[in-house]
Design a protein around this ligand. Structure first.
Ligand code: GLU
Length: 469
């Protein structure tokens, strides 16, 4: 059988959900279709030579605006991949109730071959292309970071847009994932990894769900293999190990795998990786250059947090994890998904697991439109009130509250607290909805189908309510 492309793989997964729903085929086709795709080729003069770059921006859906999704920079992106990722953005936003359509962008480039100034030139030029063609604006299409991009690129995009439209009072909202001092929001960088943590915490609050995948108890002590120590993998592994007591027994990176049965210290591994640009030479672990093979290690939870198509029909039969938590987009192919399910391995799907990034992007976008930091108006007021309650309590009970306790009780929430609280709520309620469909719909036997059923149901309702224009 010929291998499915990434986009076909996503479509097949959606078809599985459609098969258990009663949706008219026209609406189903409208939901699945990618609305528009822009391909641009633009020249940039680099070191005296003209180079032509190719980029894409796919808009999968506009039932809610703006359409939202990251821009990735990689030496192998293509239109099929960008369309698949744009579709995943549509479903992702719907699952966790983020009122956006789905979009995604990509630029064919190897960022390691260009210096900072050159990257800036290329990014600004790409931004102009997207803006001019109507594929970037605060109200219709808002990019964010993805693989190969980060705060730096988002700041350049925002600044380019501002220069093109200085009269647009909402210019800051044209992109999310910006540095905090340039319109970003605290907690956006950690958001996707933090969301993975909150999602797993919620999963482990459901003993029946935990039991079904052959696990028991809570997160504490669970043996975890993680693939990818980029922004998502690093934060997920760090928070889960430092705060929830998981044991990261293997970290898989581009150049191999580090293994330590007692658990790796993520912060140390990460520092080594950043300083040396490789995990090679890290002292407190054994090393094997066959990283991909380590996906097959015996463990409780496997977290693929690198990129798409990592678990395929080639290795799915050998995966030994009890639960696969998809932190990356599309790490398990359609064929592999079938194999894993047949083998009784639980899968928490990407469109839910990594939704933390776009959730906090939504908070950032709201912050930009309201032009005020969350908590700025009421934080001190809340603190004052709580001081008054503490005083009242002391007066009535005749006891003195220690400074340590008092400070804890009275402290008002600042932006990072509110962002984490909003994110936690988003992930909890996302999982609860998925769990409910899983439990109440006899035809649904896995979390991915449950998640897509929820997404399609919400999107179709908005199509039916609004009509087709
Ligand atoms: N690129 C991220 C994703 O795949 C974030 C998208 C966003 O924040 O708009 O979900």
């Amino acid at each position: 059988m010929e291998r499915l492309s990434f986009r076909q793989s996503v479509d097949r997964m959606v078809d599985r959900a459609l098969a258990v729903m009663e949706l008219d085929p026209g609406t189903a086709a409208a939901i699945k279709a990618c609305n528009s795709v822009l391909q641009v080729k633009f020249p940039v003069k680099i070191r005296g030579q003209i180079q032509v770059f190719t980029g894409w921006r796919a808009v999968h859906s506009t039932h809610r605006l703006p359409s939202k999704g990251g821009i990735r920079y990689a030496p192998y992106v293509n239109q099929d991949e960008i369309e698949a990722l744009a579709a995943l953005m549509t479903y992702k936003c719907a699952i966790v109730d983020i009122p956006f359509g789905g979009s995604k962008g990509g630029l064919l480039i190897d960022p390691s071959k260009y210096d900072r100034d050159e990257m800036q030139l290329i990014t600004r030029r790409f931004t102009v292309e997207l803006v001019r063609k109507g594929f970037l604006s605060p109200s219709t299409n808002v990019p964010a970071p993805d693989m190969g991009t980060g705060q730096r690129e988002m700041a350049w995009i925002a600044d380019t847009y501002k220069h093109l439209f200085p009269d647009d009072i909402n210019h800051m909202a044209c992109v999310t994932g910006k540095p905090v001092q340039h319109g970003g929001i605290r907690g956006r960088e950690e958001a996707t990894g933090r969301g993975v943590q909150y999602a797993l915490q919620e999963f482990f609050r459901h003993p029946d769900a935990v039991k079904r995948v052959g696990l028991s108890g809570g997160l504490d002590g669970k043996r975890v293999v993680i693939q990818g120590l980029g922004n998502v993998g690093y934060h997920a592994a760090k928070f889960l190990s430092e705060e929830d007591g998981i044991k990261v027994i293997a970290v898989i990176e581009r150049d191999g795998v580090l293994m330590n049965d007692d658990g790796l210290v993520i912060e140390e591994v990460y520092r080594h990786l950043v300083e040396n640009k490789t995990i090679l030479g890290y002292p407190n672990a054994s090393f094997d250059e066959n990283g991909k093979k380590a996906l097959e290690l015996e463990c409780d939870i496997l977290i693929p947090a690198a990129m798409e198509e990592q678990i395929t029909s080639d290795n799915a039969g050998r995966i030994q994890a009890k639960l696969v938590a998809e932190a990356a987009n599309g790490p398990v192919t359609y064929e592999a998904d079938e194999i894993l399910r047949e083998r009784g391995i639980g899968i928490l799907p990407d469109a839910f697991m990594n939704a933390g990034g776009v959730a906090v992007s939504y908070f950032e976008w709201i912050r930009n439109l309201s032009h005020i930091r969350f908590g700025r108006m009421h934080r001190r007021h809340d603190e004052l009130r709580r001081h008054q309650y503490a005083a009242l309590l002391e007066e009535h009970t005749g006891t003195v509250i220690s400074d340590k306790i008092r400070n804890k009780i009275v402290r008002g929430a600042d932006e990072i607290d509110l962002v984490r609280s909003g994110l936690d709520d988003t992930m909890r309620s996302g999982f609860q909805q998925i769990q409910e469909v899983y439990e109440t719909n006899d035809k649904v036997n896995d979390y991915r189908t449950a998640a897509f059923v929820i997404a399609i149901d919400k999107i179709s309702r908005s199509y039916l309510d609004l009509g087709i224009y």
